[in-house]
Design a protein around this ligand. Sequence first.
Ligand code: ACM
Length: 543
Amino acid sequence: MSSVIPAPSSVVSPGGPVFVLDEHTGIETGPGAGRVAHWLRTTVGAATGLPLEPYASGGRRVLLRITPPLADELGSPEAYRLTVDEHAVVIDGASPQGLFYGAQTFRQLLGPAAFRRAPVTSGRVWEVPPVIISDAPRFRWRGLMLDVARHFMPKDGVLRYLDLMAAHKLNVLHFHLTDDQGWRIEIKRYPRLTEVGSWRARTKFGHGASPLWEEKPHGGFYTQDDIREIVAYAAERHITVVPEIDVPGHSQAAIAAYPELGNTDVVDTSSLTVWDSWGISLNVLAPTDNTLRFYEGVFEEVLELFPGEFLHIGGDECAKEQWRESPLVQARIEELGLADEDELQSWFIGHFDKWLSARGRRLIGWDEILEGGLAEGAAVSSWRGYEGGIAAARSGHDVVMCPEQYVYLDYRQDAGADEPVPIAYVRTLEDVYRFEPVPPELTPEETAHVLGTQANLWTEVMEDHARVDYQAFPRLVALAEVAWSALPAPGERDFAGFERRMAAHYGVLDALGVGYRPPTGPLPWQKRPGVLGRPLEGTPPNR
Ligand code: ACM
């Protein structure tokens, strides 16, 4: 059994002499395979210290080629076949993306040391036993949502996460760029969004009732050049970046920057600041024409930067209190002939659904966008359980299944008192691994609307990359297998088998420098007290 994660569709091990990767091994690059050859040289080449030069006859070779009929044979344009014998490694990809995944699998077969940035030992022998792996993903949307609004992740950290995602064959970065606590993307025509909206004065620790504060400003944002670099880096790794600009709730940072976006007849928005607390802010956008034009301006720049099909408009947790109190909003509801505030939210989302469709793009939002009627072309990220996703799929809308009960990686991994700033309920590695994105009540036709799944990483309690790593790993590895690998039998996953493969895969994570939650033994801050994390909510921070 190969230890490859996510598990491939088919692995045949014929036995016989091994393939040896050495200084005489060359890379033969077929048409369209140049980028993958480049990626192999910069990753496996760096880890092994081998030149991996273009193939010249005589030595062993790694042959990279695009073989389109594989898409039909294996059922996906992302499919690949990896064939290893003593003379050659042949990687056939149905597309450049499939070829890239074949190369990722090849790197895993070389072992954890092939994931290092530089060679550790000279004279090491790099061997791969003969094997034929035929592989294709179960879902086409295999994602990670990264919240860079609650805690900013500098650009290099995002690029690192793109590499970690690619190593696990994940292909969608849902990039949560705006929220009450920060606006993280430069918009040229509205400079105050980042001048004002990207900084908050202080930060609350955890969700506890008697808060502790870090009394220093927190902030940062990506310039448009940074975004272009992130999108290009992702594209080289066959990852689509789906930007999220959250409306009409989760918008306090934008209102702090441009007070006229808020409900000025019921709150003095000119005194609002970027929020320093967690939860659901009552300060939401006013549903005026001015707000619509403002966000069309934002989206015009966002669409220029992100070439993918989808724009995520949030739509979650929009508090309706101000809308209920505001005479202006009530007049708007009447003028539009709407029944209530839910229909108003639906009208607001529907406006951007049509606006995006007219520009050849698609809207996706959290499952609250179902309330008051789902806009025509909208897709849904189902987070409050399966129900929203089921309703959306039944009415012919596409769905990304990401219920908080399974795939919210900010939730604690263990019931022990040692989890750092623990929030919500326990979701273990096994819980994530056993998550099934397709609920049994869906018909095959409805099931076709399940685009796939993603893990959601909200960062209220993750102030730096060490905390993000700890929450994301190893559970993101389990999610990657859920998204890529077919169920071995209906309704079943072999968690014991996954744990056995994980035993080897922790070596891969070590080589990649990932600060995962260790499966056994002391937790990181027990080994290095005071350096990483904090043991319990309510305990003073140690930095
Ligand atoms: C969400 O967790 N508010 C989508």
